[in-house]
Design a protein around this ligand. Structure first.
Ligand code: KIV
Length: 268
């Protein structure tokens, strides 16, 4: 079992704000691991893998097999952070039994410590069943990317008073069903703060302002690897994309000049 449990993550509420991040492979998981146990309490293998790794324009095409594969890649290396994995689009909407089976796959085959599910009151029965079965569940409300077709794109949610009240109702229902945390994505900062204030479980925000208990960012976005436009809420904490371009340019020049490999980089 990993160091960070749902109980320890819940205990962070009110004690300190915490940062979480997505990972999709063993290299990034090893980097998180190298930070020590306190820096990043939770890693998400998000279905954002479909966009940032697979090159799709939404998360909709991501399959269960792909989620199991990426969760396993991360899980082989991650020892301390809680490993949360997304149930992808189509893995739980048809019926509860399928949702249960797919969540068990992420735990049994992927090595996940818990699953994340998008949606409000609609997914409450499944959340209850999973929690009863011993699977920790994190909810996901607001701009839920799996609903991008219904929402008409990736649009901020909960701006209207009625929509905000609905979101708060959903959040309370998820908490009552046993979620140990909630991701709130793409909502006004005021609503993010209100959610965090009203719930006893940690609210992890992404594009939800500074008033939430924790934050989550996509690996490629926060490290500056993403090429082109990123959403307004992203801060690039690094410029790894530029560093990669400089390194590749130097590499190509060294090969062209016959300067790589040098004598010490070859076998006698
Ligand atoms: O799939 C994902 O990466 C996510 C985060 C953006 C919260 O759901």
């Amino acid at each position: 079992m990993r160091t960070w449990t749902p109980q320890k993550i819940r205990a962070l509420k009110g004690a300190r704000r915490f940062a979480t991040v997505t990972c999709y492979d063993a290299t990034s998981a090893a980097i998180v691991e190298a930070l020590g146990p306190e820096a990043i309490p939770l890693v998400l293998v998000g279905d954002s893998v479909g966009m940032v790794v697979q090159g799709h324009d939404s998360t909709l095409p991501v399959t269960m097999d792909e989620m199991v594969y990426h969760t396993r890649c991360v899980g082989r290396v991650l020892r301390t952070a809680f490993l949360l994995s997304d149930l992808p689009f189509g893995a739980y909407q048809a019926d509860e039994a399928e949702g249960l089976r797919n969540a068990f796959r992420l735990v049994k085959e992927g090595g996940a410590d818990g699953v994340k599910i998008e949606g409000g009151e609609r997914v409450v029965p499944l959340v209850r069943r999973l929690v009863e079965a011993g699977v920790p569940v994190c909810g996901h409300l607001g701009l839920t990317p799996q609903s991008c077709l219904a929402m008409g794109g990736f649009k901020v949610q909960g701006r209207e008073p009625q929509a905000a009240e609905r979101l708060l109702r959903d959040a309370r229902a998820l908490e009552a069903a046993g979620c140990f945390a909630l991701v709130a994505e793409g909502i006004p900062a005021e609503l993010g703060a209100r959610l965090a204030a009203e719930l006893a479980i940690p609210v992890i925000g992404i594009g939800a302002g500074s008033g939430t208990d924790g934050q989550i960012l996509v690996w490629q976005d926060l490290l500056g690897l993403t090429q082109g436009r990123v959403p307004r809420f992203v801060r690039r904490f690094g410029a790894l994309g530029d560093a990669a371009k400089a390194a590749l340019t130097d590499y190509a020049a060294a090969v062209a000049a016959g300067a790589f490999p040098a004598e010490g980089e070859a076998y006698a």
